[in-house]
Design a protein. Structure first.
Length: 237
């Protein structure tokens, strides 16, 4: 019998892979049949995925895979910007030589992955780097808020064909941020991080507008043909 965490992960994977399309309505009965389980673990999984921002619940109508709403996406980035600036300031003040060395090692791994076109590895390294900055800031509550929508943003980048060329900008931003943190320059680290997240916000919102138009809801994508995946960024933000 499939375990609840396994079902939750399978649904999450299908959302992020585009198998369960953004904006589409799903029912517990349909998902239970799809995954060959009873409806109880499906309900539990949907509740958890709602907490991650991947699913919304509609009274008397079941669940819907999160629609692509530019205002919602913009709000997520605004929250991330405020929190990441807070975290990087603290990280610059509290850093240790060992932590700075770990940052440089993770960044080197990210850049090596990009050179090899191993974008999945680059995504993972990107997330490790941002998690380490949060760890250095010693603020686990803020990290929980950042983690909440991380996977949702990853899915949106994938859905909207994140360009591998942006990694050049990401790498440049990371290098400057790491130097500022290493120097203990909290103000410079904050400015660089603010610009880093703001650029990601502008690019993703532009991609969404180009793909769907300024007001076109994501559920209209159901009429589109499936397109081959492109390199995505686990919120390379």
């Amino acid at each position: 019998m499939a375990r609840f965490p396994d079902i939750q992960q399978r649904i999450r994977d299908d959302i992020l892979a585009g198998e369960l399309v953004f904006g589409t309505r799903v029912t517990t009965a349909e998902l239970a049949q799809r995954y060959g389980v009873s409806q109880m673990p499906i309900r539990e999984a949907l509740r958890e995925l709602r907490g991650e921002g991947l699913v919304t619940m509609e009274p008397n109508r079941g669940a819907r895979i999160r629609s692509i709403d530019p205002d919602f996406v913009g709000n997520i980035f605004d929250i991330r910007n405020a929190l990441e600036v807070l975290m990087v300031r603290r990280a610059a003040r509290l850093r240790t030589p060992e932590q700075v060395a770990r940052m440089r090692a993770i960044e080197l791994d990210l850049e090596t992955c990009v050179q090899r076109q191993d974008y999945a590895g680059a995504l993972l390294a990107n997330r490790y780097l941002h998690q380490l900055i949060s760890e250095m800031a010693a603020n686990p509550d803020a990290q929980q808020l950042l983690d909440r929508h991380w996977l949702l943003l990853a899915g949106l980048w994938r859905e909207n064909k994140y360009s591998p060329e942006r990694y050049d900008g990401v790498i440049n931003d990371h290098r400057h941020m790491i130097e500022a943190i290493s120097d203990g320059d909290a103000e410079a680290a904050a400015i660089l991080t603010h610009a880093h997240v703001l650029k990601a916000k502008q690019i993703l919102l532009k991609l969404i507008e180009q793909r769907y138009g300024s007001t076109k809801p994501a559920r209209a994508r159901r009429a589109r043909k499936a397109e081959p995946p492109a390199a995505s960024a686990d919120a390379a933000d």
